[in-house]
Design a protein around this ligand. Structure first.
Ligand code: PLP
Length: 378
């Protein structure tokens, strides 16, 4: 099956009672244990509706026969649990410096207390491999590609190979690409995590996360998750499953819209700079082409006019944090997602005060381009 078909059909629970086309919802938290193994319980991450969602995501990520996953109540629950499943006291973790802010602060605010050492490496496969090589105790490597908010793309296969040669586990946050555009397990990555709050939900009204891996690694994550909690109830699973049916449809259209908007911005005299790996002029274009099926629906840019005025001039695109919804939203990372990053670090990374991050929705691209064009002229 192709991804569009997997979105609709993979993991669906056969409704043998009434013949309905949707997975039945099983809201029970208490299940019969007599003569049964692996008795379902929400915090054991094995209820029917949790498993239906995980099976769909595994199919989309190309996890194969031996693949398995765990569904969480947020992206950060998936990320923190996955890291803690593989990093013990005395171990070392290598992270990329352009990570999601929550993952960045999980390391800086929690690792010391847990006795876990860490290094932040530059957003580049060579620098990450060097950091892995420098530490004998490196057990976990955490990466993201494309990154937030500058949409840098790193050589995922190279990082996974370096980590494997040191017996370290590679964890990638695949939220921005989605499984529609990128399948890191096929590039050698061990664990793929998602904030399902973004494209999986897709309507800016759900919070969840997923970790997908080979069977043994997934089992380690599930064991850790039983201690930490962070499970999802059946009704939310139903909504996630429903949303995932249109994931490919949405993300394909959103990615097409994003390319058209990036090209418009690139050619606009009042725009200073555009970051989008789908642009032929992007320094990341070749790498993106080699490891992604599509370039995603996030576009960052610096308008040549005051960014605050530009945002207030928009009529359709909404100023809002978060991303991945059917509606286009825009925010200034320096004042929102990356406000906690020290100014000097922001400048070093290239996150200027006028940078805007646009999450492109499913509206007609001409309406979005007219909205942006109009706001630049006002
Ligand atoms: C939002 C986000 C997260 C965190 O997800 P939550 O569901 O908010 O916990 C992690 N990584 C990326 C890239 C994100 O955009």
């Amino acid at each position: 099956m192709r991804k569009e078909t997997k979105c609709v059909h993979s993991g669906t629970i056969d409704d043998i009672m009434s013949g309905g086309v949707n997975s039945p919802v099983f809201p029970s938290t208490a299940f019969n244990y007599v003569d049964r193994q692996d008795v379902p319980y929400p915090r054991a991450y094995n209820t029917p509706n949790q498993k239906a969602v995980v099976e769909k995501v595994c199919a989309l990520e190309g996890a194969g026969e031996g693949g398995d996953g765990v569904l969480f109540s947020s992206g950060m629950a998936a990320i923190s649990t996955a890291i803690l499943a593989f990093a013990q006291q005395g171990d070392h973790v290598v992270l990329m410096d352009e990570l999601y802010g929550g993952t960045h602060s999980f390391a800086t605010e929690q690792f010391k207390r847990l006795g876990i050492g860490y290094t932040f490496a530059a957003t580049d496969a060579g620098a990450i491999c060097a950091a892995i090589g420098e530490n004998e105790n490196t057990k976990v490597v955490v990466i993201e590609s494309p990154t937030n908010p500058l949409l840098s793309v790193i050589d995922i296969r190279k990082v996974a190979d370096c980590a494997r040669s040191k017996n370290a586990v590679t964890i990638i946050d695949n939220t921005f690409a989605t499984p529609v555009n990128q399948n890191p397990l096929k590039l050698g990555v061990d664990v793929v995590v998602h904030s399902g709050t973004k494209y999986f939900g897709g309507h800016s009204d759900l919070c969840c996360g997923v970790a997908v891996a080979g069977k043994e690694n997934a089992q380690r994550i599930r064991s850790e998750a039983r201690h930490l909690g962070g499970s999802v109830n059946a009704l939310t699973c139903h909504l996630i499953e429903r949303s995932l049916k249109t994931l490919a449809l949405r993300v394909e259209r959103q990615s097409e819209n994003a390319l058209r908007i990036a090209q418009f911005l690139e050619n606009h005299p009042k725009v200073r700079r555009v970051y989008y790996p789908g642009l032929a002029s992007s320094p990341h274009h070749e790498m993106a082409k080699s490891q992604m099926e599509g370039f995603g629906a996030m576009v960052s840019f610096e308008p040549g006019i005051d960014a605050g005025r530009f945002t207030r001039n928009l009529r359709i695109i909404k100023p809002a944090v978060s991303l991945g919804g059917v509606e286009s939203t825009i925010c200034p990372p320096a004042a929102t997602s990356h406000a906690g990053v020290p100014v000097a670090d922001r400048q070093r990374l290239g996150i200027s005060d006028s940078l805007l991050r646009l999450s492109v929705g499913i509206e007609h691209y001409e309406d979005l381009i007219e909205d942006i064009g109009g706001a630049l002229e006002l």
